[in-house]
Design a protein around this ligand. Structure first.
Ligand code: NAD
Ligand code: UPG
Length: 457
């Protein structure tokens, strides 16, 4: 099938590459000329395991092309995926300017019948706005009088760091369409496009457009709720002298609760949970409804991002001037270089505000961290951050090690080496990577999240 993908970010590039892998003829459009040049020169703008190989293979086979040519992109695809960003507006609602600009571009150039797919995460009712924008553009020009379209909602559920795998083996495919003749025609095309992922369509959930749009937000809101719930339980566990890891196993074994997504830590980050929770709250407010649970989820998460830094201050004092710390992990989660809403940024702000100097290391996010921290910090603050060449290099002369991201490479470190490099054998572990009993045996002072019972003894 001839497919156009508008926006070549995390979602667009992965969607385009994976659909090309299945034999489709894919045209990827972006407004960012640098990104398109990089892709045309064989580069990949993001770190995503397996993506580079899929893109290279399909580029070589002529099944995927990258361009900024809007007219050519509209002419190419019978199915046009809109996968542009929907960042938070000032009031927390999803900013739809990029989605609507993409829709208008389609309306300006289209001929014949097009399936327009909202792949971006967009508030309930957006498909209607996309349809209206398209209709306006069609009415404003002397084009093909037979031009027609149907807007379908097909939200994306991939996780960064596992995006290719998630896209190729989806838990579910949600497709919302209307039941007009065009809507049914669009649904038939979507069915054909997704057939290779689930031959009997056992994983496809067909629904109306608004329910599909809502499903995406409800899924992220539920996942964010689990995390904030566990973080709140962890903080209480610290107070009452319980171990949140034991509690996690204890409750996760109930199939109604399940083991996944129950890890207490340094708070959730990334480009989705923070903005999608806010956007859903904002949608509710438009209908005079106050989503009390989600407000709490957000407030707990904001507080949780401070917990690691507070533990450091509790241990080393409010004035950290003259003190130096090692930080392992900067990306908001492992296997990505994405720094959007990363808890590490909050921790660095706390340590620097208290007067400390830091040495930071991340296996893949160093370049992105340099870019982002140059925006977060003043030049004099940035001068107190050293970008280390290795985990070991970061440790030199530090009072303590603070772990923010659970990269695999941090899971089995050489503890003797850590002890030798640090001024004091103290570890603050924002992801509960190690067993407190093992750490105690190795004579480390170990501060996890929600595990104080084991550090007090
Ligand atoms: N990142 C994720 O893990 C993820 C997962 C599921 C859903 N989503 C949702 O998917 C959407 C895209 O997210 P992302 O992380 O891929 O964003 P991104 O910022 O990585 O990429 C968006 C791309 O769209 C391009 N763009 C903007 N306007 C354009 C236009 N008019 N025409 C062509 N290109 C245009 C930008 O230049 C950019 O390259 C968002 O709504 C997001 O919430 C993201
Ligand atoms: O038990 C857990 C699981 C995750 N996290 C944190 O939660 C954040 C988000 O993690 P994850 O969901 O793995 O990454 P994302 O790439 O942000 O993916 C989420 O957001 C995407 C964009 O909407 C959705 O498509 C995915 O289904 C959804 O998992 C990260 O900071 C994690 O550290 C925890 O603190 N504890």
């Amino acid at each position: 099938m001839k497919i156009t993908i508008i926006g070549t970010g995390y979602v667009g590039l992965v969607t385009g590459a994976c659909l090309a892998e299945l034999g489709n003829d894919v045209f990827c459009l972006d407004v960012d000329q640098k990104k398109i040049d990089l892709l045309n020169n064989g580069g990949i703008p993001i770190h995503e395991p397996g993506l580079e190989e899929v893109v290279a293979r399909n580029r070589a086979a002529g099944r995927i092309q990258f361009s900024t040519d809007v007219a050519a992109s509209v002419a190419h695809g019978e199915v046009q995926f809109i996968a542009v960003g929907t960042p938070p507006d000032e009031d927390g609602s999803a900013d739809l300017q990029y989605v609507l600009a993409a829709a208008r571009n389609i309306g300006k150039h289209m001929t014949g019948f097009k399936v327009i797919v909202d792949k971006s995460t967009v508030p309930v009712g957006t498909a209607d706005r996309v349809s209206a924008a398209l209709r306006e553009e069609l009415a404003a020009r002397a084009g093909d009088p037979a031009a027609s379209f149907s807007v379908v909602s097909n939200p994306e559920f991939l996780k960064e760091g596992a995006a290719v795998e998630d896209f190729m083996r989806p838990d579910r495919i949600v497709i919302g369409h209307d039941n007009s003749a065009e809507g049914e025609k669009a649904a038939a095309k979507m069915k054909k496009l997704y057939a290779p992922f689930n031959r009997n369509h056992e994983r496809t959930f067909w629904m109306d457009v608004r329910s599909a749009e809502f499903t995406k937000y409800a899924a992220n809101a539920m996942l964010a709720t689990r995390i904030s719930f566990m973080n709140e339980m962890a903080n209480l566990a610290d107070q009452v002298g319980a171990d949140i890891e034991a509690v996690r196993h204890g409750i996760g074994s109930d199939p109604r609760i399940g083991h996944s997504f129950l890890y207490a830590g340094a708070g959730y980050g990334g480009s989705c949970f923070p903005k999608d929770v806010q956007a859903l709250e904002r949608t509710a407010r438009q209908y005079s409804q106050d989503l009390l649970i989600l407000r709490a989820v957000e407030a707990v998460n904001d507080k949780q991002k401070l917990v690691l830094g507070q533990k450091v201050v509790q241990r080393f004092g409010a004035d950290l001037s003259g003190k130096h710390f090692a930080v392992w992990g900067l990306a908001f989660k492992p296997n990505t270089d994405d720094m959007r809403e990363a808890p590490s940024r909050v921790l660095l702000r706390q340590l620097l505000d208290a007067g400390a100097t830091v040495a930071v290391y991340d296996p893949v996010a160093m370049a992105e961290a340099k870019r982002v921290l140059a925006l977060d910090l003043t030049p004099s603050e940035l001068a107190r951050v050293r970008f280390a060449a290795s985990p070991k290099d970061a440790l030199t002369d530090a009072e303590a090690l603070v772990i923010v991201t659970e990269w695999k490479a941090f899971r089995s470190p050489d503890f003797d080496q850590i002890k030798a490099a640090l001024k004091q054998a103290v570890i603050f572990d924002g992801r509960n990577l190690f067993e407190p009993a093992v750490m105690a045996e190795a004579a480390f002072e170990y501060h996890g999240i929600g595990r104080s019972i084991l550090t007090r003894t």
